[in-house]
Design a binder for this molecule. Structure first.
Ligand code: SF4
Length: 375
């Protein structure tokens, strides 16, 4: 089944480390953008092969800057255009400062049944360094607001290896997330891009990131604590209570298919990959002129599809099902790549058992090195 991704490119302020496709909130632009989204989804549904979907994911940007009735319109556009399963997962990414219990209850009434908060840290000093608009108390309150609004599927994002952050600081945020009792957590390493304003701020303020070995300790210790608390790591950066994995994001790692709507959104279907034009204005303009919004349309070669399936599948804790890959792509993975993969097995980064191949936790720290074998 398809996943439907909806990109919302608006934020109340631009964080100093952000590398996403986003811009500052503008109410008039947002209203035109929502109309364009509804039109694009309707267009995709106007073909007999529109298909069956079981997940809708509002990502951004800050999707919680859309009004609940705008979210309802978009969900409605999806259910009119596609055959959307009754047990659909509908996720809304939200920033803690942009929600109240009433607003979240209204999102729920609009069809959203999973909310994912961009919390990043439970330490005010770290949040300030990232130029986030919320503080730790607002993050705690946002989760409580979601519970009060009736959400029983709540996720949050935390970021590790922040400027000035020590291992103990990071673990205090992890412990707090555990204590709050969420269904799902995503843990990301901060990447400081060369042109990110944060890079300059760090140089001026003499903040640095902890040594690599500390970053490794942050990751490994967090995963151990989360497992002790009953979470299952199902992907390099994601843990969940049993049965609460992100069904939408799993499509990206299990060789699935998805359609992305909105500026800069990516799609993959029937072996074709494409990306929508990045500029919000140009996207709206093209929709208004009934022109295609797709740029970079590419039919993937068989080898690229295989490489992609291997590269993304290895991110999963359960790893690759080599016999499924062989029946889908006609390739014996070990026969083709075994020579290059064997040193990683010897080094304790990869485990091969029967028809499965997976990264050990140590291997997850070096995932990029292992995955380069496939791309
Ligand atoms: S809220 Fe998220 S998308 Fe918006 S600027 Fe900050 S990091 Fe980027």
């Amino acid at each position: 089944m398809l996943g439907l991704y909806i990109h919302v490119p608006f934020c109340s302020a631009i964080c100093n480390y952000c590398n996403f496709n986003r811009g500052l909130f503008d109410a008039a632009l947002k209203a035109r953008y929502v109309d364009a989204l509804v039109a694009e989804i309707g267009r995709a549904g106007a073909v007999p092969t529109a298909g069956v979907a079981d997940t809708i994911y509002f990502g951004g940007g800050t999707p919680s800057l859309l009004e609940p009735d705008e979210i309802a319109r978009i969900v409605e556009a999806c259910t009119s255009a596609f055959d959307v399963a009754d047990d659909r997962e509908v996720t809304l990414e939200a920033n803690p400062e942009s929600v109240t219990t009433e607003r979240l209850a209204a999102y729920r009434a609009s069809g959203v049944n999973r909310v994912s908060f961009g919390v990043q840290s439970f330490r005010d000093e770290e949040l300030r360094r990232l130029s986030r608009l919320h503080d730790a108390n607002r993050a705690r309150a946002a989760v409580a607001d979601a519970r009060a609004a009736g959400f029983d599927n709540v996720s949050l994002d935390l970021m590790m290896w922040l400027p000035g952050q020590q291992v103990g600081d990071w673990l205090s945020s992890v412990d707090e997330a555990i204590a709050i009792g969420l269904e799902h957590l995503s843990l990301y390493l901060l990447e400081v891009y060369p042109n990110a304003p944060l890079k300059e701020t760090m140089a001026r303020a003499r903040w640095s990131q902890a040594p690599d070995d500390d970053a490794a300790a942050m990751y490994v210790t967090a995963m151990e604590r989360l497992e002790s608390a009953g979470y299952e790591q199902y992907e390099i950066s994601n843990v969940a209570r049993r049965g609460r994995q992100s069904r939408h994001n799993l499509k990206y790692w299990t060789d699935g298919e998805w359609l992305g709507f909105g500026c800069g959104a990516h799609s993959t279907r029937d072996g074709v990959r494409w990306k929508n034009v990045s500029s919000t204005e140009e996207y709206i303009d093209r929709i208004g002129r009934h022109q295609t919004t797709a740029v970079d349309v590419r039919r993937m070669a068989a080898d690229e599809r295989l490489g992609d399936a291997l590269f993304t599948g290895l991110r999963l804790a359960e790893g690759l099902d080599l016999s499924a890959i062989e029946s889908r792509y006609g390739v014996d993975v070990w026969a083709r790549y075994g020579g290059e993969l064997a040193p990683f097995v010897d080094a304790g980064c990869l485990t091969r058992d029967g028809a499965r191949l997976w990264l050990t936790r140590r291997g997850m720290l070096l995932a990029h090195e292992v995955m380069t074998v496939f791309v």
